[in-house]
Design a protein around this ligand. Structure first.
Ligand code: XMP
Length: 515
């Protein structure tokens, strides 16, 4: 929505496509992802100041592999090819790419020519992340080799006067120790960017643009209490104040104190001026969930009931011109609209697109932002850190973290256990090193002994995972003492829990959620 100098990532199906764009944005340069299928015209239309071709799973020399019109390299726009992208650049311009005698995978020592613009300030011997079966045997005419490894004669090649750079390794991943510097060199040293992508100016400009677009119209926004919808609501509140109505449906399945926090921030005593409606629909949801054990059925029931409640509230407000949503950039990419991603999320999100509300247009003020940028925008807007740094939380809430039937009593157990787990992780200083953590309530009851009494109570499962993309995850190595403290606190403080288990399973084969 804000016009900035732009770098374009052309996606060839590599697993790091979003990461490349994020890294570029971390250099304060706006970056978007498009699919190679969109072709040259789309690239011209986007008018980027630089282009990055991503990696991908194919071999450039096979007939049906993803390709590009070679005119791309004649547009006078600098191009950086990464992995598959580097091989494609060489292949299309007359170099030779073939299967490497030895596959390179993992951290690899690369010898770089520090006189290259791409490698300014980089150590001559630097560790980079390699992952390839093919390699560039000889670069295209006019290209000079600017890096090599023991097994790879052309780890980088360049034709600087044409602004063309190719690297076999992945500068975007953190294992490439000086990768950030290389990308910085590309966008500043090669593309000549000024670095005008800054969150404070994004927020300011977005507010101005929202005001212009909305005029005197009315906006309706479903607040879930999560980061994205909260930031969208805060931005809209700053832009149009009382023209905005936020509806927050309390389904009684949120974490401990979450409903109160949302009401504190967005309610009448909060920091924003807006119309805030908090609907206490707990009983309705509990009623619908009574006797239901199957997780997909719970999701369906909650999704439908949410829509019903929201619809009732929307009717009271009457016709609105705009419906606001907290869609962020990964949602756009993952739903197949940008890039080459094949992953389509099918989460039943509370706050999904309600097609029953009478409105003229959808507004998605965060559509261009990555998650970390969304959090940053939230901070700029003055939202409290607790809200801004919130972990992902499934729309159906605690209902899916309770195995088997959901009852108010079980919700209380899982809320209390989860609050203790979160508190202790925070105290141990682990919150930033673990990606997601929560407590779930298993449906298992077993015998225990407390004082002199026999108990027959529930087992709580603790989950903590590290992950970069939430598609795969590993169980986090939480120190034993922390686990012991949490265990003893939970069995002592949470009534009807007499056992605590720690889940060591990764994803796959498990999922992150414990449903
Ligand atoms: P799984 O359990 O599929 O979860 O490994 C991957 C990530 O997605 C989150 N998740 C959801 N997020 N609505 C959401 O917005 C949902 O229905 C939902 N279900 C799972 C989960 O917390 C994890 O971060």
């Amino acid at each position: 929505m804000v016009e900035n100098e732009k770098v374009l990532v052309v996606d060839f199906g590599g697993q790091y496509n979003q990461l490349i764009a994020r890294r570029v944005r971390e250099c304060n340069v706006y970056c978007e992802i498009i699919s190679y299928r969109d072709g040259l015209e789309a690239i011209q239309k986007a008018a980027p100041v630089g282009i990055i071709l991503t990696g991908g799973p194919n071999s450039v020399y096979l007939d049906d592999s993803p390709s590009m019109d070679p005119a791309l390299f004649e547009m006078g726009i600098p191009v950086l090819g990464i992995c598959y992208g580097s091989q494609l650049m060489m292949h299309l311009l007359g170099g030779k790419v073939c299967r490497a005698p030895e596959r390179e995978y993992g951290k690899t020592l690369v010898h770089v020519d520090t006189a290259s613009r791409l490698f300014q300030g980089v150590s001559p011997d630097t560790v980079c992340w390699m992952s390839h079966n093919d390699y560039i045997e000889s670069p295209a005419p006019g290209f000079a080799v600017s890096a090599y490894t023991e097994n790879c004669p052309v780890a980088a090649a360049e034709a600087p006067e044409r602004g063309l750079y190719a690297v076999q390794f992945h500068p975007e991943v953190l294992h490439t120790q000086e990768g950030k510097q290389m990308l910085h060199n590309f966008v500043y040293g090669v593309c000549g960017c000024k670095g005008d992508w800054k969150m404070d100016s994004f927020v300011e400009t977005s507010i101005k643009q929202l005001r212009e677009k909305i005029g005197g119209g009315r906006v309706l926004c479903a607040l879930s209490g999560g980061v994205d919808s909260s930031v969208a609501a805060a931005m809209l509140a700053k832009a149009v104040g009382k023209q905005l109505t936020c509806v927050f449906v309390d389904h009684g399945l949120l974490r401990k104190n979450e409903m109160e926090q949302v009401c504190e921030v967005f309610g009448p005593n909060g920091q924003f001026e807006l119309n805030f409606v908090c609907v206490n629909a707990r009983e309705r949801f509990y009623e619908k969930l009574r006797g239901v054990e199957e997780p997909e059925e719970k999701r369906k029931i909650i999704g439908e009931e949410f829509i019903r409640v929201f619809e009732e509230e929307a009717k009271k407000i009457g016709r609105v011109e705009f419906l606001a949503q907290g869609t962020i950039y990964p949602d756009v990419v993952e739903s197949g609209l940008g890039g080459e991603s094949t992953v389509i999320k099918s989460h039943h999100n509370v706050g999904g697109l309600p097609d029953y509300v009478d409105f003229k247009e959808i507004i998605e003020p965060l559509r261009n932002l990555f998650k970390d940028e969304t959090r940053q925008a939230g901070r700029e807007l003055g939202l409290p850190e607790e809200l801004v740094s919130r972990q992902p939380f499934p729309g159906p809430g605690l209902a899916i973290r309770i195995i088997g039937e959901v009852t108010p009593e079980k919700i209380r157990m899982v809320q209390d256990a989860d609050a203790i787990w979160r508190e202790e992780i925070g105290k141990a200083g682990l919150s930033s090193s673990v990606s997601q953590y929560y407590a779930a309530l298993t449906n298992m009851k077993s015998v225990g002994v407390m004082g002199d009494e026999r108990t027959y109570d529930y087992a709580v499962a603790l989950r903590a995972v590290t992950t970069t993309d939430f598609m795969t995850a590993e169980s986090a190595p939480i120190p034993w003492e922390v686990l012991q403290t949490v265990t003893s606190r939970i069995v002592n403080e949470v009534k009807h829990v007499n056992r605590v288990l720690y889940d060591l399973t990764g994803k796959p084969p498990a999922t992150i959620e414990f449903e």
